[in-house]
Design a protein around this ligand. Structure first.
Ligand code: SF4
Ligand code: SF4
Length: 222
């Protein structure tokens, strides 16, 4: 039973933010990273720093250290504004009431946008790829100009490992189903949408065709 204060914190009635007792009988808990867990966040951060630390050291050794401020500024803009709009605002984690994000990757980012329960558009997916290329490609010209071959190689290897582990252990279970990296099977997406009428209505309005007809119980508290 959801209390009024819990409902206030979860205005779109997304199951990820309902009391955990409601997950007891849900088989999706072993298929999805649908509740915040510190270990998932730590895993994400450790893999990202495996790329970023050698890149930062290499840029400094190359003599272009001041350019790291540009990288940092772009990362802040990307995580808090751009990616927040095109990717995160569609994510169930973003639906929690409040001004900061509590999720398994961008924990602590601000939330300047309204939650959007429907899927990402094609233009948003294209922008996401452009943003990823700028964010992850930024240090490499400086590493190459400064002849930091070994650190460039280690950073590139860290980047490959980051995306490989992300794809294998996170994208296969992530609840932001319309992200272009997402690999959750359709039947699991349908089952999650069935538990979340706000989302299923928005997804169907965008052309999603569930294999199972959604129950569409009344949407609470919008
Ligand atoms: S899908 Fe929703 S109800 Fe099921 S385990 Fe995940 S958060 Fe809980
Ligand atoms: S889990 Fe991913 S898509 Fe969802 S809010 Fe966090 S960073 Fe954004």
């Amino acid at each position: 039973m959801t209390t009024a204060s819990e409902q206030n914190q979860n205005p779109y009635d997304i199951c990820t933010w309902r009391p955990i007792s409601e997950c007891a009988d849900c088989s999706l808990k072993i298929r999805l990273k649908c509740r915040f867990k510190k270990e998932d966040l730590l895993h994400f951060m450790a893999m990202f720093w495996g790329f970023a630390i050698p890149a930062i050291i290499g840029v400094i050794r190359a003599g272009y250290g001041w350019w790291l401020l540009g990288w940092f500024a772009f990362a802040m803009f990307f995580f808090n504004v751009w990616e927040s709009c095109i990717l995160c605002s569609h994510c169930p984690y973003y639906a929690e009431k409040g001004s900061t994000l509590h999720c398994i990757a961008n924990y602590g980012s601000v939330k300047p946008w309204k939650y959007r329960p429907g899927p990402m558009s094609r233009a948003e997916k294209a922008q996401l790829w452009i943003g990823f290329v700028i964010l992850t490609g930024f240090p490499f010209p400086f590493l190459l100009l400064g002849r930091q071959w070994a650190l460039a190689f280690i950073a590139l290897w860290g980047l490959i490992l980051f995306f490989w582990t992300l794809n294998k252990y996170t994208c296969s279970q992530c609840v932001n189903f319309s992200c272009p990296l997402n690999r959750v099977p359709k039947e699991v997406v349908d089952a999650y949408l069935q538990r979340n009428p706000t989302m299923s209505k928005a997804w169907e309005a965008s052309g999603w065709q569930p294999e199972l007809p959604p129950p569409h119980p009344e949407v609470k508290g919008k």
